[in-house]
Design a protein around this ligand. Structure first.
Ligand SMILES: Cc1ncc(COP(=O)(O)O)c(C=O)c1O
Length: 494
């Protein structure tokens, strides 16, 4: 997140000093909000102050917006706490940590069906975003080398992807000067349309992106169809355009719920894959992975050899130092859960998502865009004409503590606004049922509160048992609500 400098009297108004709740008794002097305090404080007071402030964050259990892990077992917590001081890049000091990273890369190479000859390579990253930048760079470098060796210009690279890609792909294209060629999504299956993608590929295409688990709907792009179409195009044209699979979420789901689905290195054009350990890999935030099918897919001149820390270390990362504990947490999960453990969890989450989808559909208030058949998430839009929109439903749910994002679909179908519930570990059958009940109630409240509005006038709020949702009418009201929801990060108005 980018932050701007704040001065006294800025958004903090005249409260330039922190105003703690319980830590106040132990504090001996005022603590400025935006400046380094001139002196320190007692560690217990510092702990209490920060701890109290963080209580204002949402309740992770009720946060249905995020894919990111919010719970690990106490034994994992212990391991992570024990290893917080380790720097993953320091191979000389922490050789066992490096060995563990190596094992994780190998586990994933097997899971993603890398060819048996054992030439796959990969690295841990901070998340899928870093992994995607690295994979994108490798595609660009590889394409440029091919162009140069053929004596052709290499100054106008492009990348082909569905308009439903996560923002990181836009970033990659802009930061690394690659033309993004978006294939518009249709309202039919909400994923990559392969024939249209093929029409955008040319000799300057560094690669085509397939998404295993759309951020919008959770749907899997048809990667096998993409592989077949691109193989035919490459054969016809003499090109050698590869596929990268963005399996940020699906990389830890598909192998366990759909082992027969061919989306990974079983397909010959899939040259690289990223996945987020901190999503369905079930590790706290700060861990992603990127793998290449073969050493040849990772150009040697992207790899740096450094000796500052002793010995020769090969690195290919955007960051240098980083904590090792998440890598260790990933390895813990591999040992602890094994294939059967991950399968059990992912299948259970898929069943829960289907249950939730069924319950929401039964309300008659929603049309499902996905029912958890790929990623365990439920994405839906409101049915019919209503005087309120999905943002207001999101706000109303917030009154009960649920955090459920409402957002427009990608460009070309952005008129459709949807709500999305991500089913992650920690979600139970009881919570699913409670959410469905609260959703129904939220709709009921909105229906009743809007029906009390006199035409063009102010609300009389006759629905006495209704929480004080702000009453708005017509498009202006909806726009106001959206703007406010946006400013408040979709926080409720209760
Ligand atoms: C499809 C997809 N790709 C990439 C990302 C970025 O992943 P990360 O948050 O691990 O950087 C996300 C995050 O939601 C995603 O859904």
């Amino acid at each position: 997140m980018l932050h701007s400098q704040l001065h006294d009297g800025g958004i903090a108004g005249d409260r330039e000093n922190l105003a703690p709740l319980f830590a106040r008794r132990a504090m001996t002097h005022p603590v400025p909000r935006y400046e380094l305090p001139s002196t320190g404080m007692d560690p217990e007071a510092a702990y209490q102050l920060v701890h109290d402030e963080l209580q204002l964050d949402g309740n992770p259990l009720l946060n249905l917006a995020s894919f990111v892990t919010t719970w690990m077992e106490p034994q994992a917590d212990r391991l992570l706490a024990e290893t917080l001081a380790k720097n993953a890049v320091d191979a000389d000091e922490y050789p066992q940590t490096v060995e563990i990273q190596q094992r994780c890369v190998n586990v994933l190479a097997h899971l993603f069906n890398a060819p048996g000859s054992g030439e796959a390579v990969g690295t841990a990253t901070v998340g899928s975003s870093e992994a995607i930048h690295l994979a994108g760079l490798a595609m660009k470098w590889r394409w440029r080398a091919l162009r140069k060796s053929a004596g052709k210009p290499a100054d106008q690279p492009n990348i082909v992807m569905g308009s439903h890609v996560q923002v990181v792909w836009e970033k990659f294209a802009r930061y690394f000067d690659v033309e993004p060629r978006y294939v518009p999504c249709s309202g039919h299956d909400w994923g990559l349309r392969v024939p249209e993608a093929m029409r955008k590929v040319d000799e300057n295409t560094i690669g085509v992106v397939g998404i295993l688990g759309s951020t919008y709907t959770g749907g899997f792009d048809p990667i096998a169809e993409l592989d077949a179409a691109l193989t035919a195009l490459n054969t016809r044209s003499g090109l050698d355009v590869p596929i990268h699979v963005d399996a940020a979420s699906g990389g830890f789901v598909a192998p366990f719920t759909k082992p027969g689905l061919e989306w990974d290195f079983r397909l010959s054009l899939v040259r690289s894959i990223n996945t987020s350990g901190h999503k369905y890999g079930l590790v706290y935030p700060g861990i992603g992975w990127v793998l290449w099918r073969d050493k040849a897919d990772l150009p040697e001149d992207l790899i740096f050899h450094v000796s500052y820390l002793g010995g020769d270390q090969a690195t290919f990362n955007l960051n240098f130092s980083r904590g090792a504990s998440q890598i260790i947490g990933q390895y813990y999960n591999f040992l602890r859960l094994g294939r059967s453990g991950y399968t059990e969890i992912m299948q259970a989450l898929t069943r829960l998502a289907a249950r939730l989808a069924g319950k929401l559909e039964a309300t008659g208030h929603v049309e499902l865009l996905s029912r958890g058949q790929d990623l365990p998430l439920v994405c839906f839009k409101l049915t019919g004409e209503r005087p309120y929109d999905a943002h207001e439903v999101s706000e109303q749910l917030r009154c009960r503590g649920w955090i459920v994002p409402a957002y427009p679909m990608p460009p070309d179908i952005e008129d459709t606004t949807v709500l999305r519930v991500v089913v992650r570990e920690g979600m139970s059958r009881d919570l699913v049922d409670a959410f469905a009940t609260d959703f129904n109630q939220a709709i009921d409240i909105l229906d009743r509160s809007h029906s009390t509005l006199p035409p063009g006038g102010h609300a009389t709020n006759q629905a006495a048992s209704v929480r004080p949702v702000e009453h708005r009418a017509g498009k202006k009201g909806i726009d106001d609500s959206r703007e406010r929801a946006h400013k408040a990060g979709h926080r409720g108005v209760c």
